[in-house]
Design a protein around this ligand. Structure first.
Ligand code: URA
Ligand code: CA
Length: 438
């Protein structure tokens, strides 16, 4: 087989065989196929697409490019969740312990923040002592003991994706539904869960900019799950503004604790999406028969504090200081030298937010990395006071910046002012949930 023939075939819009896809993945990972040939094929896929069978083959061969985790010796249905990335999206820290409190088994590997979007692993590390690099044996032991464990992805999980993602990032080949689906699903399948709930984000703070594309991605991933014998449900949800009000690592952890402590109202978007995801996880785990039953169980685990207790146990098992996982402890972790409000430039209604820019404002304050070597300040970031549709008067605080290092303060202020557009008339507010795909 020759790589150039495979490139020409895809350039001519022909579907690739499973053997051809395997030849590409094996050669790319081993280094036998150079980046320039891989880039040419990736671009041909971006332009000419893949059918479902090709996407499933790509996923499978990527999944088997490295280690896979076997969770079969753990009892019950092992359930995982994944969000396609967003701003102020702290659902994992809420839903994973809540589902465990309802009897579920949640074994999950998470990533770090990427550019403007946050990552669960960075948020976990805002608690002093937490070690997110655990052996698979210890990971399973924690799941067995507490019903929930979230750790960082182990070293050799889907090396094909690591290498391909880095190449896609610099060759304009990120935006392809089958490539994104294979990237996400190969990692989820390799991590070993029986059932997976996917939250596909759509909007200004997401990879998918239109509901149509997001639905296509969601449907493709659900079908792939079926082909590969896992239970997959995907929801398509809004990312046109930060999901929670907080953006930043300890700040988002605090919001998760607030939610688990019953301090956040039910009509709050973060609450709504957490209950939606938790409901799907309980249904797939066969712990509830209907949406209503699952919602009731989740609410009960908020009201009686058992969800918060699970989060505390997990932090303790990961080596963290669990005594900080309280409302008071969280305030302590979110203390910065200065807290600076960003005022509204004029009066009117908030008609639009650029979630990506809000994520970027938090990043320049030190909540995220611009390069891989950057060190995160867990305490910094911002807390929104307004949402799309809200009325504001000139001078009202749109958000509060939590600042330690003031060198990028002006940049953050300007970015926030640009991110939030104020108009004269109120705007129709977009829904939070666009689709649930089973
Ligand atoms: N997230 C991933 O893991 N991969 C992609 O390609 C896009 C988002
Ligand atoms: Ca995330």
């Amino acid at each position: 087989m020759r790589m150039v023939d495979i490139i020409e075939k895809k350039a001519g819009c022909e579907p690739l065989s499973s053997e051809e896809i395997q030849f590409f993945i094996d050669g790319f990972v081993s280094g036998d196929i150079p980046d320039y040939q891989a880039s040419a094929l990736l671009m041909a896929i971006v332009l000419n697409d893949m059918n479902e069978r090709e996407a499933a083959d790509l996923t499978l061969h990527m999944m088997h490019s490295g280690d896979t985790v076997d969770l079969s010796d753990l009892p019950g249905v092992k359930v995982d969740k994944h969000s396609s990335g967003g701003v102020g999206d702290t659902t994992t820290l809420v839903v994973a312990p809540l589902v465990a409190a309802c009897g579920g088994t949640v074994a999950k590997m998470s990533g770090r923040g990427l550019a403007f979007s946050g990552g669960t692993i960075d948020k976990l590390e805002s608690i002093p002592g937490v070690n997110i690099s655990q052996t698979i044996e210890r990971f399973k032991q924690i799941v067995r003991k507490t019903g929930v464990c979230v750790i960082g992805q182990t070293g050799n999980l889907v090396p094909a994706d690591k290498k391909m993602y880095a190449l896609r990032d610099v060759t304009g080949t990120v935006q392809s539904v089958p490539l994104i689906a294979a990237s996400i699903m190969s990692k989820k399948l390799a991590a070993g869960a029986d059932a997976i709930v996917l939250d596909v984000k759509v909007g200004s703070g997401a990879f998918m900019k239109t509901v149509e594309d997001a639905k296509r991605l969601a449907e493709l991933m659900v079908k792939m799950g079926k082909l590969l014998k896992r239970e997959v449900v995907a929801v398509v949800t809004d990312m046109n503004q930060p999901l929670g009000l907080s953006v930043g690592n300890a700040l988002e952890f605090r919001e998760a604790v607030q939610l688990l402590a019953g301090q956040i109202p039910e009509n709050d978007p973060l609450y709504e999406i957490c209950l939606l995801l938790g409901t799907q996880m309980l249904l797939l785990s066969k712990l509830a028969k209907t949406d209503d039953e699952a919602r009731g169980m989740l609410k009960h685990a908020i009201e009686n504090g058992s969800g918060l207790e699970k989060l505390r146990s997990m932090i303790h098992e990961l080596g963290g200081d669990a005594s900080l996982v309280t409302l008071k402890g969280m305030d302590q972790l979110c203390t910065t030298r200065r807290q600076i409000p960003v005022p509204a430039k004029n009066s009117g209604y908030i008609v639009d937010m650029q979630a990506e820019l809000i994520g970027r404002a938090a990043q320049v304050l030190g909540a995220g990395r611009a390069t891989k070597e950057d060190v995160i300040d867990p305490a910094v970031g911002l807390v929104m006071h307004k949402r799309v549709g809200d009325r504001v008067e000139q001078g009202d605080a749109i958000c509060t910046l939590y600042v330690n290092d003031e060198s990028n303060l002006a940049d953050a202020m300007e970015t926030m002012t640009e991110a939030v557009r104020i108009g004269e008339k109120p705007k129709f507010v977009t829904p939070m949930v666009y689709a649930v795909i089973r």
